[in-house]
Design a protein around this ligand. Structure first.
Ligand code: PMT
Length: 233
């Protein structure tokens, strides 16, 4: 059997968490380890793609042959992603981007006070990185935009909603409430959802529990199929 080939394709992948500063020593973040995004970068490079990995703070080595750009906050990731997505063929948003950031990070360390027991942080919405990239891709059809959905319930319903609302070409929905899967683990299970160009109902492919490396290959296979379909129409 012939192996999928991604040579000549420029693939941009976001991975890991973002950190939203509260003050010089504290931040808001999440449990993303970067493993899923790094597995995708490694698999895409092995298939011959030119891969740029935009990475939040993680403890992982850069996969061989991959160009890595380190970022910290969602705003940093937004800027790097917008820049890299230009002239790319595929954009995969695997990062767990903070939906909100602290409105105004304190310039100095916030001190514990003795007169009050509560502290209020005002949060403001971060830009939706993948939605903005998808909106710009609509006119040219490129890049093909693939998002992830981390859900803890009603996975398919919420993922379908994100596919439509963010204007994505495909979404990888993972149930992050299951022990040993999703955030931090070496394994994942997911449901791929996509719509083809002719407006048919949503197509689906189930990816049962497997290593993130195996899943990365399966996701890329499906992406390459969609790209081929697009070039045929
Ligand atoms: O990193 P690991 O430990 O290996 O774990 C992998 C993972 C669970 C983090 C990964 O598989 C995953 O699900 N990543 C997406 C996590 C997430 O933030 O999902 P979401 O449902 O909140 O976001 C939906 C999509 O919008 C994602 O493609 C996300 O990158 C994107 N997004 C979200 C918010 C925002 N402000 N900008 C975005 O681009």
């Amino acid at each position: 059997t012939s192996r999928a080939d991604a040579s000549g394709l420029k693939v941009v992948i976001t991975a890991g968490p973002t950190r939203e500063p509260i003050d010089p020593v504290r931040y808001l973040s999440n449990h993303s380890s970067g493993k899923m995004g790094y597995a995708l970068a490694e698999a895409a490079a092995r298939l011959g793609a030119e891969v740029t990995l935009i990475s939040g703070p993680v403890n992982l080595p850069t996969p061989v042959g991959v160009t890595r750009i380190d970022v910290t906050s969602a705003l940093d990731m937004f800027e790097a992603a917008n820049h890299q997505a230009e002239n790319s063929d595929v954009f995969i948003g695997c990062a767990a981007v903070a939906d909100y950031r602290v409105a105004k990070a304190a310039e100095h360390k916030i001190k514990k006070t003795s007169d009050r027991d509560d502290l209020t942080l005002t949060l403001v919405k971060n830009p939706d990185i993948i939605a903005e990239i998808a909106a710009r891709a609509r006119s040219t059809g490129y890049p093909l935009v693939v998002g992830f959905a981390a859900e803890t319930r009603d996975v398919e319903t919420y993922a379908n909603d994100k596919l439509t609302r963010k204007g994505l070409d495909m979404i990888v929905a993972n149930d992050v409430s299951q022990d040993g899967l999703g955030f931090g683990s070496d394994h994942n299970a997911a449901l791929l959802l996509w719509r083809d160009t002719s407006g048919h109902p949503t197509q689906r492919r189930e990816l049962p529990t497997q290593t993130k490396s195996e899943m990365a290959v399966a996701i890329l296979d499906t992406i390459l199929e969609r790209l081929a379909e697009r070039q045929d129409t």
